[in-house]
Design a protein around this ligand. Structure first.
Ligand SMILES: Cc1cc2nc3c(=O)[nH]c(=O)nc-3n(C[C@H](O)[C@H](O)[C@H](O)COP(=O)(O)O)c2cc1C
Length: 170
């Protein structure tokens, strides 16, 4: 019989610690039947380079969740400092929802048809190869089928509940 799990810390304590994790800010975007949806997300990480795969965590309550699940494709767009207003828009700050979010920014597509931000620091166009439901979220294991990257630009980050910039230390 496995040993019982020790009690977990409270969600507030967990959040207080996690606030100090600086993360790059992305927009996860998908399209299904010509309708686009997207959300701002920091829960994105590299999973493996061979094969090239990303791990993308999306709350099941997000409008894009259903579309990603059904369409089995998404694009991870890494944001630059100048994309702050876009990050806010895709986080629902300002009350803009659904396809209307794409009325700001220059959007194109690569391989899958998922929306690609033309001037993203990098865009990873992916097909979803696995989806794992964990409590409130789904982990989408995403295979990168096309990538586009800029050499210039300052990454937009999120830390202590606010936007930040990533400055290189020499
Ligand atoms: C900086 C930042 C990071 C976020 N990261 C995530 C994330 O990784 N996953 C997620 O599901 N929601 C994340 N959110 C919340 C969604 O962007 C937000 O709930 C969005 O409005 C969901 O889209 P909807 O309004 O179309 O449902 C984040 C929000 C912010 C401001």
């Amino acid at each position: 019989m496995p040993a019982p799990l020790p009690p977990a810390v409270g969600a507030e304590d967990f959040r207080r610690g996690m606030r100090r994790l600086a993360s790059g800010v992305t927009i996860i975007a998908s399209a299904l039947g010509g309708e686009r949806s997207g959300l701002t997300a920091t829960a994105v990480t590299s999973l493996t380079a061979e094969p090239p795969q990303l791990l993308v965590c999306v709350n099941r309550s997000a409008a894009a969740h259903e579309q990603i699940r059904k369409g089995e494709a998404l694009c991870v767009n890494l944001l630059a400092l100048e994309h702050r207003a876009l990050a806010e828009r895709f986080a629902g700050i300002g009350g803009i929802h659904g396809p209307e979010r794409f009325e700001a920014g220059a959007w194109t597509t690569l391989a899958t048809g998922a929306p690609v931000l033309a001037d993203a620091l990098a865009a990873f166009d992916c097909v979803v190869v696995d989806a794992v439901d964990v409590a409130t979220h789904t982990i989408f294991i995403s295979r990168v089928v096309a990538v586009r990257a800029r050499e210039d630009g300052v990454p937009l980050a999120w830390e202590s509940g606010g936007f930040a910039s990533v400055r290189r230390e020499e």
